[in-house]
Design a protein around this ligand. Structure first.
Ligand code: SAH
Ligand code: SF4
Ligand code: F3S
Length: 467
């Protein structure tokens, strides 16, 4: 049973103390924070809460680290490449600290939950003043205040994942697209994955609190709300009475308004027909299912500890295709898991062909210290894995192009998000999360508009306003 507690008044009081302190130090000028987020949406959502607290403490935000008073990197440990990028970028802060000694540099997030990483920061990056792990967010005000006041280095890691903290202010990055965490942590222990070690055990937020937050977002004008969890399908475990994810999303769907509801990530082992039926019968849930399969080979899936096989995966996908005729399927896939053979890899390719994904997030396996897979025999060379990876990308590109080409001539409801990088067009997404570009006025940004699809270029659609 997980306890739901409010962030303490003492922590809120620290935010006031920081505001007073910084007013004096900055002589009334607004102190600035530079917050950089690595990794998944869970981290983005955490950063939004940290920014919420900083805002209450009187901070403004900047995209320019040089002019910041406080620099925070919220880090990701999921693959070696992610960690290398963080180390590289933290190293580059040394010069900023030399030029502006009064700056406070802090690191938080998943990487900091690993003992060897915290040690490396302590030993080799003396200009980093504050380090805290993923379980300490509710203590951030106190940690920040202490670092500002006494100037000594603060390192905190707390393994207590028994509580769910509510009442932390949030400052969302987007005006009309927003993240809504419904649970934290993960209990699945896929053998390649570091997340359960750095995020702790799975714990769900109370349904009434989530529904109230969703209602507030809809009232504030959010048009695209994504419910977040490492495995949303096991939502409710540990709550009494136990709610189900299908029940929760069904209830949010009943809130009136013009908006889309999305969710990620859905683990195939717990993806139920009830959930598919809920999507099919809903008014707001997008016609998009992100269902990571990781591998098409039963042998590899077993070694990954995924608790489903190819047949079960295809069964749920086929049910989704039957019940939601236009469903857009996306997925994550890992190439080169330890012991994977070329034959196993061919099974992955055949699954990709059979399902016809709109898009894929593709990763080459990266060993993570402390996970079971890191100790498994891994005889295939990096070059060979690289070749498989490129082969997979080529197959997926063909499938995505076909999928997009089949949409030409249709009129799609699109949430207009921004100006496209090239050619000054507008850029938005369909309910299936497919990118659409078209000519139009900037005033259309932030709302739904109908677009007639005229051409498909790889995985991007182009069209014209159809109103
Ligand atoms: N909870 C989500 C995924 C979170 S991590 C789920 O179960 O689907 C996002 C993706 O990163 C995973 O789906 C997986 O494809 C990839 N990933 C995780 N650990 C990895 C590793 N060690 N090497 C390569 N890819 C990895
Ligand atoms: Fe990692 Fe598996 Fe948990 Fe996803 S479900 S976060 S892949 S352990
Ligand atoms: Fe990375 Fe942590 Fe997310 S390891 S992928 S930021 S949960």
């Amino acid at each position: 049973m997980r306890e739901t507690v409010r962030i303490s008044d003492r922590q809120i009081e620290y935010l006031n103390l920081i505001a007073e302190l910084m007013t004096i130090r900055k002589r009334g000028e607004v102190p600035l924070a530079y917050v950089r987020t690595y990794g998944c949406q869970q981290n983005v959502a955490d950063s939004e809460r940290i920014k919420g607290m900083l805002k209450v403490a009187g901070y403004g935000f900047t995209e320019n680290a040089e002019e910041a008073d406080f620099i925070l990197f919220n880090t990701c440990a999921v693959r070696e490449h992610a960690e290398d990028r963080v180390f590289g970028n933290v190293g580059a802060l040394k010069n900023i600290k030399r030029r502006h000694p009064q700056i406070l540099i802090a690191l938080c997030g998943c990487m900091m939950e690993q003992e060897h990483v915290a040690k490396r920061i302590r030993d080799s990056f003396p200009f980093v003043g504050l380090v805290f792990g993923t379980h300490c967010m509710h203590e951030f005000p106190e940690l920040l205040y202490k670092s500002l006041v006494d100037g000594s280095r603060v390192f905190v890691r707390d393994n207590d994942d028994s509580k769910v903290y509510e009442g932390i202010p949030t400052c969302r990055d987007g005006r009309f697209k927003g993240w809504l965490p419904i649970m934290y942590g993960c209990d699945n222990f896929c053998t390649y994955c570091i997340v359960p070690y750095v995020r702790g055990r799975e714990r769900s937020r109370q349904p009434d609190i989530i529904i109230a937050e969703a209602r507030e977002m809809i009232q504030q004008g959010y048009k695209d709300i994504t419910l977040l969890g490492q495995n949303v399908n096991s939502y409710g475990k540990g709550l009494d009475p136990r709610p189900t994810f299908a029940g929760l999303i069904g209830e949010i769907d009943r809130i009136p308004g013009d908006y889309w509801l999305r969710f990620m990530t859905s683990h195939p082992k717990d993806c139920t027909r009830e959930l598919i039926d809920t999507i099919a019968g809903s008014e707001h849930i997008s016609l998009h299912l992100h269902l990571p399969f990781q591998s098409g080979s039963d042998r590899v899936l077993k070694a990954m500890n995924r608790h489903y096989d190819r047949a079960k995966y295809l069964d749920i996908v086929n049910y989704a295709k039957e019940r939601i005729p236009d469903v857009s399927l996306t997925s994550d896939v890992i190439v080169g898991f330890p012991g994977e053979t070329y034959e196993d890899f061919q099974q992955t390719l055949s699954l990709i062909r059979e399902v016809g994904f709109t898009s894929l997030f593709t990763f080459i396996y990266s060993p993570r210290t402390g996970t079971p897979a890191a100790k498994m025999d891994d005889p295939v060379s990096d070059e060979e894995k690289g070749r498989w990876f490129r082969e997979l990308l080529a197959v997926q590109e063909e499938i995505a192009a076909e999928r997009c080409a089949s949409m030409v001539g249709r009129v799609e409801k699109v949430l207009v998000e921004e100006k496209a990088k090239k050619e000054g067009r507008l850029c938005g997404r369909t309910s299936g999360n497919i990118i659409v570009e078209f000519d139009g006025d900037d005033s259309l940004i932030g709302d739904f508009h109908n677009v007639k699809i005229t051409t498909a270029r790889n995985w991007i659609l182009t069209g014209e306003l159809a109103e």
